[in-house]
Design a protein around this ligand. Structure first.
Ligand code: ATP
Length: 276
């Protein structure tokens, strides 16, 4: 290296860290059902390992936003990128064209999702529920899939139920299995859509604890749609408040939840505190 180059290159620890590429990037994403536009030009980025809580009144578009990432709903316009790749589009010879099914299937593997309904396969044991996709979708050898699934089920406190069937478990236990089943695929980003709203109140805590434990690990990005404000406060790095298809306010939980700037968020939080 020449003396000049040496002189201008900052040393390793002076160099600014390269900005991390987002794992998820929505760019001007809109969604219309019939003639109703339910999402309007949404821009949202989630960094690797970042936990984002989406809050907002019923019908504000939170689930639709998540469903587009899970390829269950196609954006009407705009682009979504996952881990540097376009989701609903692909590049062919420099041109952007609509994605085909093969492309969608491949990119979708980077995303895990848990819904309100746990949707476990009723005729399969808990362990089998958790090894099916790694084996058949990802081509993981059976022995490794069993090891991975067993470790994950132990982590969510279901290690003693590997041979049980879903109908033998409580709703909270089934939801913990559904979380293990999604995380065992090692997604880059996990979506949790109102995962506790179908549960009896006494079962909510055990499921939230499992998510908090996964969040602490820091590796996976998370998008959490929740009505549990204390949970959002504890888990999220950023809270995003949506209303009528727009992102109205976003920021760290302390700012957004304790010092809301807009009338809409103030009124939402007031209604929330008063039990709606
Ligand atoms: N498949 C669909 N066809 C027509 N309208 C839809 C469809 N899915 C969602 N919508 C409408 O889009 C709007 C946004 O719904 P969405 O479920 O995304 O809101 P949300 O914020 O997740 O609400 P909630 O908190 O009640 O789950 C609502 O007005 C809903 O009725």
């Amino acid at each position: 290296m020449s003396a000049i180059a040496k002189a201008v290159l900052p040393s390793e620890n002076e160099r600014p860290a390269a900005a991390e590429k987002p794992i998820v990037r929505y760019q001007k994403v809109s969604k219309t059902f019939g003639d109703v536009e339910v999402l309007k030009q949404i821009d949202l980025e989630i960094a690797p390992g970042e936990k984002v809580a989406l809050i907002g009144p019923s019908g504000s578009g939170k689930t639709t936003l998540a469903r587009m990432l899970m390829t269950l709903e196609k954006p009407t316009s705009g682009m979504i990128e996952v881990d540097g790749e376009l989701l609903w589009h692909r590049k062919v010879k420099g041109k952007v064209v609509p994605a085909n099914e093969k492309h969608l299937r491949r990119v979708r593997q980077k995303i895990g999702m848990v819904f309100q309904q746990y949707n476990l396969f009723p005729h399969m044991t808990i362990l089998k529920n958790c090894i099916e996709a790694p084996i058949h979708v990802q081509g993981v050898p059976k022995e490794e899939a069993v090891q991975r699934a067993t470790a994950m089920l132990e982590r969510v406190g279901m290690g003693d139920k590997l041979d049980a069937y879903p109908s033998q478990l409580s709703g909270g236990q089934q939801q913990r299995v559904a979380i293990a089943r999604a995380v065992v695929m090692e997604p880059k980003v996990m979506l949790f859509d109102e995962v506790t709203s179908a549960l009896d109140p006494e079962l909510v805590g055990e499921v939230l604890e499992v998510i908090k434990d996964l969040a602490r690990e820091g590796r996976m990005a998370m998008m959490l749609i929740t009505h549990e404000m204390d949970f959002a406060y504890e888990v999220a790095d950023r809270v995003v408040f949506m209303d009528q298809g727009y992102i109205v306010e976003e920021g760290p939980p302390q700012e957004v939840l304790e010092n809301p700037q807009t009338k809409r968020l103030q009124s939402f939080l007031r209604r929330f505190r008063n039990g709606f």
